[in-house]
Write a protein that binds this ligand. Structure first.
Ligand code: SAM
Length: 279
């Protein structure tokens, strides 16, 4: 049995939970699955038994080799950091499956970068006409709480806004530490992300993302104050916070954590419009 590598966030799902998770994923015979971190194959084998094919990204060479040694013919193991590869290498783009889905009991230390990568990947796939559907992922509960938090909650912030702008997020199941071996220190949750185009659309997503990230560095301040973190003193190309908030129809005294995703999108478009008018 290969050694357990903590740096890769290795907590293996106990057999008693595998069925529940597979039923929640509900794989179908015409679906292609991309699995993140197959580990010892707890989810991989039942996925491969039900789906058309599985492409599994595993960073740990020993685990990948063990999995590959008795892999079914519809399983491709890719020994790679999921945050690195060009996904087109995972399957033949000329043989597009009906739907591409993602599943994974994620390495918790890199769960957020993986989620951001997934929404970006959805964008790339959609632009190329590839049917990227959803992702069913296991996360630490604290991250899951941030993903589903409504405005006004202390968990609501950058992750909630940037991910939910591009995916509908649904809580499926909560799991205790004992559902994994070795047991992690934290509780876990299984979530489903159904990807969709930006909702609402924004003119410049880089401006939207940068603005959301900047104001949440000052989440206890008013928006008038928090937006100063975004301006970075660039007076020539930005409206003042008061001007931008007024143009977006937002009260300058509100705090960042009270704004909805639609309100952030409106505000970002004010900045985009003003900036392009000046530049
Ligand atoms: N799916 C297995 C299960 O449920 O028992 C293992 C889940 S374990 C929480 C996370 C897995 O992801 C480990 O096998 C680990 O080696 C792998 N992993 C960690 N970082 C990774 C990365 N950046 N890319 C691909 N796999 C990674």
């Amino acid at each position: 049995m290969p050694v357990i590598r903590k740096r890769f966030g290795q907590h293996f799902l106990e057999p008693a939970w595998v069925d529940k998770v597979i039923r929640a994923i509900d794989p179908k015979p015409d679906e292609l699955f991309i699995e993140i971190g197959p580990g010892r194959g707890a989810l991989t084998r039942p996925l491969a038994a039900r789906a058309k094919s599985v492409v599994a990204f595993e960073i740990d060479r020993d685990l990948a080799a063990a999995l590959e040694a008795d892999a079914p013919s519809n399983l491709t193991v890719i020994v790679e950091d999921f945050l690195e590869p060009d996904w087109y290498m995972g399957f033949d783009p000329h043989q597009v499956p009906r739907v591409i889905r993602v599943a994974g009991n994620l390495p918790y230390n890199v769960a957020s970068p993986i989620l951001f990568k997934l929404v970006e990947q959805h964008r790339t796939y959609a632009a190329n006409g590839l049917p990227f559907g959803d992702a069913t992922v296991m996360l630490q509960r604290e991250v899951a709480d941030r993903l589903i938090a409504p405005p006004g909650r202390k968990e609501y912030g950058v992750l909630s806004i940037l991910i939910r702008h591009r995916a509908h997020v649904e809580m499926i199941m909560r799991l205790p530490p004992g559902a994994f071996r070795p047991a992690p220190k934290v509780h876990s949750a299984l979530l489903r992300l159904r990807f969709h185009p930006a909702d609402p659309p924004v003119v410049d997503r880089a401006v939207f993302q940068a603005m959301v990230q900047a104001v949440f560095t000052r989440r206890r301040k008013t928006m008038a104050n928090a937006l100063l973190a975004f301006e970075k003193g660039d007076r020539t190309s930005f409206p003042t916070p008061a001007e931008a908030l007024a143009a977006a129809g937002l009260d300058a005294h509100r705090r960042p954590e009270t704004l909805s995703i639609a309100e952030f999108a409106r505000l970002a478009d004010v900045y985009t419009g003003k900036r392009s008018a000046v530049l």
